[in-house]
Design a protein around this ligand. Structure first.
Ligand SMILES: Cn1ncc2cc([C@H](O)c3cccc(CNC(=O)c4cc(-c5ccc(F)cc5)cc(O)c4O)c3)ccc21
Ligand SMILES: [Mg+2]
Length: 214
């Protein structure tokens, strides 16, 4: 039977990465996507920027919007302090099924809660369902036209506190123009653009880091 791209990514992890070694899982996916088949992981170049922001924030609570195969989930979770928690939302069941196995291969199940469902449905339920007060870091990597409505929804649900950091992938390619305009012009955010490249390519892309000022 025909395999899917996420399944081929999982195969590459299970063949080439060491169980319980998150860095080897990241390396295996990057090698596969650079040499065999492109896929929409944040990738190694933007991934280093992601790593530096995670290390700087040192978050106790992280929300990731858009899990896909779990590449950025593994990158983030591998840098979290002992009792920190990462909740990642994935609405596509096939992506979720693969991501669970990638996260398990990395040995990070205890730090990650993968929730199957759409961000718009789950953001309002975060407090009651997961006992989350606020998020220290949010990584936005789902549908680009959902970045802005979901950011407004997180504000409305009081999930952001003074100092919460939003880090958004793909603000140039494919682009999230309405989101960029909002965080760069709103007095409630301090925004900074980290220029980089679209994963595994020479095309310009970047991450936008926006600190909520309360
Ligand atoms: C509501 N909700 N709640 C949870 C949730 C989860 C999902 C899925 O994880 C999902 C499925 C399909 C697409 C995305 C967004 N990602 C992208 O579209 C993307 C594209 C490219 C690119 C760039 C250049 C190209 F030529 C082609 C693709 C590069 C990138 O890094 C991307 O992140 C995310 C969706 C909606 C969700
Ligand atoms: Mg992306």
């Amino acid at each position: 039977t025909q395999s899917t791209r996420p399944q081929r990514i999982l195969d590459a992890v299970q063949k080439n990465a060491t169980r319980g070694d998150p860095r080897s899982v990241v390396k295996a996916i990057d090698h596969f996507c650079r040499n065999k088949e492109w896929a929409m992981n944040v990738g190694d170049e933007k991934g280093c920027i992601l790593d530096s922001v995670v290390s700087e924030v040192n978050p106790a609570t992280v929300l990731e919007l858009g899990t896909y195969c779990g590449y950025s989930t593994v990158r983030i979770a591998s840098l979290l302090p002992p009792h920190a928690k990462l909740i990642t939302l994935e609405f596509n069941p096939d992506f979720a099924a693969i991501a669970r196995q990638v996260i398990a291969w990395a040995g990070l199940e205890d730090k990650v809660q993968l929730v199957e469902g759409a961000s718009g449905d789950w953001i309002p339920k975060m407090k009651e369902q997961f006992g989350v007060k606020t998020f220290d870091l949010v990584f936005l990597d789902h549908w680009k036209n959902s970045y802005l409505p979901d950011t407004k929804l997180m504000e409305e649900c009081s999930l952001l506190r003074k100092g919460s950091v939003l880090l958004a992938d793909n603000v140039i390619c494919p682009g999230a123009p309405d989101y960029l305009e909002f965080v760069r012009s709103s007095p409630r955010y301090k925004s900074q653009y980290f220029k980089s490249h679209l994963e595994y390519t020479k095309v310009e892309d970047g991450l936008e880091k926006s600190v909520f000022l309360g």
